[in-house]
Structure formats: C-alpha cells, structure tokens
Ligand binder design. Structure first.
Ligand code: ADP
Length: 403
C-alpha cells in the first residue's frame, strides 16, 4: 500500500510517497517559489538521483499537476496505476477548535476548513488548494487532513485561554492553539520507545527548534501546554519571529511612526514574523549555522541573538518542568535541535537543579540517529530525536482510513 503525503506551504509544495509495508520513502521532492517568475523543482525517487529544475509554476494546482505527472511518468515514475495510492495525507496548518484529530475529507470538512482561512491566511488557503488539486488529479482516491494544531487540543482551558475580554474567545475563537503538533507527537512516541515504555507512563518536554520553534509539555501522551499560541508567532525566539514580547510594544510602535506605516497590520506582521528573531537582533541572518560561525568569530550581535534565543528556550523548559512537576525526558528535535550541540549545550547549562545534565562528549557526537545525550548522573534523560513529520502524517492517514 502506498500513501502520498502532501505539504502545501504558502509558496511551496513538498511531497513524499511512502510504501507503507516497510514505511520506506519511494519518491520525494519540493517545488518552491510558487507564483514567482521562476520556481525551483527538486525531486528524487528510488530509481533516480536528485534532479533540480527551474520551472514556471503559477499556483499550488499547477505544482501538484507537475508532481503527479512525474510520479506516473512511464520512464522514471514509481506509480503505474492510481489505485496503488491508498490515500493522500495533507498537512494542514490550522484546525481551529473543530478539528481535534485527523479527518477524512468530505464536502462538510472542506466547508469547515474554509472557516479557518482568516485565522491562518498564509497556510490554510494553500492547504485547501492542495486538496482540490489532488481531487482533480487523483479522482476517487481518499484524502485525509492531518492538522498541526490537533495534538495540542488536550490543553486545559486555563492553559489555552488569553486574559483578554471573554467575547474575543467566544466570537473570534482567539485562544492558544499550538503548532508543530505532528512533530511533537512523533518525537514523544519515539522517546517512549527509547524509554521502552508507553507514552502513558511518561512526562516529557519536547523542544522543536527549526526556523520556527515550539516547546510542548506532555503528560501521559497528552499536551498540557505549548509555547506557540493563536498563531506561530508566540513563544520562544525563532529565526525571523520575535516570540513573546510585551504586547504594548505594538501600539507603541504604531503611535511612534503613524505616518510611515499606513498599512499597520501588514507592517507589524512583517516586522514581527519576518524581520525579528535571530535576524532582527543579529542584523546578519536567520540561519543558526551562520549565527554560530559569527559567534565563533567574535560577532557581538550574533552572540547576543544566540544568547537571547537559548535563554528563551531555557525559560520555557524550566516553566514546563514546574507545570509537569518534574519530567522523565527532555527531547530536542528539528534542524537546530538535531544538529547544534552548541545550542543544546547552552540551553541545558546550569539546569542541574532540575536534574538535567548533558554529557559534553555525547552532546558533541554528530549523528542522524536517535540518541541519548544526558550524563549518567542526569535524573532527566535528554535525547536528540530526528523528527519525521511526513511519516507521522502517513501513519495518521492510514489509521484514519482503516481504523
Ligand atoms: P523548518 O522550520 O523550516 O522546517 P528546519 O527544522 O529545517 O526548519 O531547521 C532549520 C534551522 O536549522 C536553520 O536555522 C538552520 O541553520 C538550522 N541548522 C541546520 N543544521 C544546523 C547545524 N549543523 N548547526 C546549527 N544549526 C543548524
């Protein structure tokens, strides 16, 4: 049985085709810069090496048409007949309060999903376009939606409620939702496997550090709090996002520069989502690899950006340690979490009061494998677990279809 996973971002489409018996990838790729003068298409399958092309792709529909045609290509394709694909799993950014778990696509589901366009204007319309394109290209093949927000929907009301007038929650559904749920879910399950226990027996903090970053406090397999909020802007400092700031800064900036910024919401969204974080403080880059190199060569603002990010993560870990009244495991994942010993080491430094002690030697080992990096004295097991959101979406899609 094959399952196709489709991830439509605001200007990209990523895909992976799995053979589910072995859970092996048989084809994968990405089309980026959709809608621009030139889009970039990178693809590979078990019969080919990586191929890179510049193509012209107007929208998500065209991108999916190109991807499906290639999957079925007579010479280099990996699918002969559409019936080989049992289900298509779509990553969807925002499931709001309606979607608490993955769902099979129906007309009603599509209608409900449209209600969340306003809440996630960059991502949900792209996800929706992807669903329609797949329906057209693969008629009769069922689609399942797997939501970034769903895993967090176990949070208690006092964790997801913002202390603004209640009517904004009732009318506009303004509350914390959380994101990266598929990743937090996947690494918490893998951590349980490393503990040789069920997630029901464990208290975990999962730390997803990529371009976007979020932390989750997970008790017995259920999220009790997470750092991202109504949107992915809240929480720890990220590549280009500011994370938590005093909300009064927003009206202050607007009143300080009233003439300069007429379209205030767009200006502020760009400022806080695209120009802040590592990039904003360092003035150099949003890429942690570049920041780390600059830190090593003595760049002061890069060092400050690095410290601010690590400190913000350390604060969330400490807070969630308290929320959970102790933890069994602390899990690092995603681009920075999996690859940067410097960041992991800085975040975990001086946390021995919480029973968290990282082994210098184990932390410095370069590996793509799941591994333990805590010292033998550490009460908390600190782990690095590569995330696999695509595989998790494929598994969820299979469960949703057949169970
Ligand atoms: P996204 O949120 O886009 O999925 P990723 O999970 O791929 O992001 O993470 C991207 C981040 O990981 C970038 O900041 C990148 O610099 C960082 N990263 C990747 N490899 C390393 C490394 N070896 N050392 C430090 N940071 C790294």
């Amino acid at each position: 049985m094959k399952i196709l996973v489709v991830n439509c971002g605001s200007s990209s489409v990523k895909y992976t085709l799995f053979e589910m018996a072995s859970e092996k990838r048989i084809a994968w790729g990405v089309i980026e810069c959709i809608g621009l003068l030139e889009s970039h298409y990178k693809r590979q399958n078990i019969n080919t090496h990586e191929q890179k092309d510049c193509v012209k792709v107007a929208d998500h529909k065209e991108a999916i048409e190109i991807i499906i045609k290639d999957l079925f290509d007579k010479k280099i394709g990996v699918v002969v007949d559409a019936s080989e694909i049992a289900v298509v799993g779509h990553r969807v950014a925002h499931g709001g309060i309606k979607f608490l778990k993955s769902v099979l696509v129906t007309e009603k589901v599509k209608k409900d999903l449209k209600e969340y366009f306003a809440i996630a204007p960059l991502h949900n319309p792209a996800n929706y376009a992807g669903i329609l394109a797949i329906e057209k290209m693969l008629p009769g093949i069922p689609s399942v939606l797997v939501f970034d927000t769903a895993f967090h929907q176990t949070m208690p009301d006092y964790a997801y409620m913002y202390a603004i007038p209640y009517e904004y929650y009732e009318k506009d559904h303004i509350r914390k939702y959380g994101f990266h749920g598929t990743s937090h879910n996947y690494v918490s399950q893998r951590a349980a496997a490393m503990f040789r226990k069920s997630t029901d027996e464990l208290k975990l903090i999962t730390v997803h550090l990529g371009n976007g970053s979020s932390i989750a406090a997970i008790e017995r397999g259920k999220v009790v709090d997470t750092s991202m909020g109504f949107t992915p802007l809240q929480g720890v400092v990220m590549g280009t996002r500011c994370g938590d700031i005093d909300p009064a800064i927003v009206p202050y900036i607007l009143s300080t520069y009233p003439q300069q910024y007429k379209n205030s919401s767009e200006f502020l969204n760009t400022l806080m989502n695209k120009k802040s974080g590592l990039l904003g403080i360092s003035g150099l880059s949003a890429d942690m690899r570049i920041i780390v190199k600059a830190v090593e060569s003595g760049n002061k603002r890069a060092k400050l950006a690095f410290e601010v990010l690590c400190y913000s993560v350390k604060k969330y870990i400490s807070a969630y340690y308290g929320v959970l009244n102790g933890i069994d495991g602390l899990i690092f994942t995603a681009g920075i979490g999996e690859n940067s010993p410097l960041v992991r080491g800085r975040i975990c430094a001086n946390l021995h009061a919480l029973g968290i002690e990282v082994s210098l030697k184990k932390n410095n080992v370069k590996s793509r494998k799941e591994r333990l990096i805590s010292s033998s004295k550490s009460k908390v097991k600190v782990m690095v677990i590569p995330t696999d959101e695509e595989l998790m979406i494929a598994r969820e899609s299979k469960i949703c279809m057949y169970e």
